[in-house]
Design a protein around this ligand. Structure first.
Ligand code: LRH
Ligand code: MN
Ligand code: MN
Length: 389
């Protein structure tokens, strides 16, 4: 048991979870944005909040930016600010979905002027990466159609491929392009990158620096996401996760809240594919919005949820599982997996945190710290939203 515990703890200690800058700001639905006191007024303050999440969890040392929500004059100054707070800037998320010009699409738009504008934004994001030292450019396109016949589906794929190629060729040696898919919304009839297969095909066409992102909220209900994970890991094309929970659509709730068993099954495929270690190149990121709950503790809770699922996945008795699988023992294989899932890993994680010099209960420790009260008093007029406000 001690050997297992040591192995599990070492893997958990090395795990890295990236938090999204936009999760610290106000967000909501199209019906209402409920503003919260103390939300960041600038990208610098978002970094300050992300640093709190890292300080209490010890495993969230990077924060993803979204451009233009996090546009600043001096990206090096932002990177220096992050370093002073003990964190670093992570993926750069592009945004070609919030401009009137993109009503009929961005890089797939029938109008070449709009396509040029969208592609230029993506190229600008690569220039920002050069300054921030970010490795990853994350691309999500809201492009799609609401009505059959609205545009030529195949030609839109050609336009998409052309834009992706131009951006891919601009990437530096250590930079990557992460292609995110999403079934629907805002387009309701057809989305130009609706699924992992489309994202995968474009990535294969582009080259090894193009990788697929799995946003766990972007699938049809009942989709077997762990199958997609296993497939992409095997193909060495899984670049990142955008973790969150969904009940109905792209709900962006806290990861592990709606379906902790699914999260475990996903992490099991990661562990089985030897893809947990940072060298495997999979970025574990959160992509969430905290509309009604306090943001920083919710993000801390989300990090803990990922850790819990990971710990359970690491506890799967691989030898027993393989023996049962090879023997075709259906019940035994399933039981071995469920044994790990049903283990209470909270004491192990509390012990790990104590080993790391952290409080074993990060959410309560954050609450006790008084940081939330301080930012509520100090930050007047914060609305660094992105979403909705
Ligand atoms: C799209 C998405 C994508 C965006 C983020 C804010 O639904 O998941 O990753 O960049 O939300
Ligand atoms: Mn996402
Ligand atoms: Mn989404």
């Amino acid at each position: 048991m001690t050997e297992t515990t040591d192995r599990v703890k070492a893997a958990l200690r090395a795990q890295r979870i990236e938090t999204p800058s936009w999760a610290y700001g106000n967000s909501g639905t199209r019906f209402k944005v409920f503003t919260q006191p103390g939300v960041p007024r600038t990208p610098f303050e978002k970094i300050d909040d992300a640093a709190q999440v890292h300080a209490f969890t010890g495993v969230a040392p990077t924060v993803a930016l979204h451009i233009p929500w996090d546009t600043v004059d001096d990206y090096r100054a932002l990177a220096d600010h992050a370093a002073e707070r003990g964190v670093a800037l992570g993926a750069i998320n592009s945004n070609v979905f919030q401009d009137d010009d993109y009503k009929l699409g961005s890089v797939t738009n029938p109008d070449p002027r709009v396509r040029r504008k969208a592609t230029d934004h993506l190229l600008d994001c690569v220039s920002i990466m050069d300054k921030t030292g970010s490795r990853d450019l994350k691309l999500w396109f809201s492009d799609g159609l609401n009505y059959p016949g609205q545009d030529n589906l195949a030609r839109r794929q050609d336009r998409l491929a052309e834009a992706l190629r131009e951006v891919y060729d601009r990437l530096g040696d250590d930079q990557r392009m992460l292609v995110e898919y999403k079934l629907f919304e805002p387009a309701f009839y057809a989305t130009d990158i609706p699924d992992w297969g489309t994202a995968f095909a474009h990535c294969v066409e582009l080259g090894p620096k193009a990788q697929v992102v799995i946003d766990t909220g972007h699938h049809a209900p009942g989709t077997n996401i762990e199958f997609i994970v296993a497939f992409l890991v095997r193909q060495k094309r899984l670049g990142a996760f955008d973790f969150n929970s969904r009940f109905y659509a792209d709900d962006d709730l806290m990861v592990g809240a709606a379906d902790p068993f699914q999260l475990f099954r996903i992490m099991h495929e990661i562990v089985r594919g030897d893809a947990l270690k940072p060298e495997a190149g999979i970025a574990f990121m959160l992509d969430q919005c905290h509309n009604i709950e306090a943001k920083i503790p919710a993000i801390i809770r989300s990090v803990l949820n990922v850790q819990e699922a990971t710990a359970k996945a690491l506890l799967v008795d691989v030898d027993a599982l393989e023996a049962a699988q090879d023997a075709g023992d259906v019940l035994e294989s399933n039981e071995v997996l469920m044994d790990a899932y049903n283990t209470d890993v909270r004491p192990l994680l509390a012990e790990l945190r104590t080993d790391m010099g952290l409080d074993p209960d990060p959410v309560r420790a954050y609450r006790r710290s008084g940081y939330g009260d301080r930012i509520s008093a100090d930050r007047v007029g914060g609305d660094q939203a992105g979403w909705g406000a």
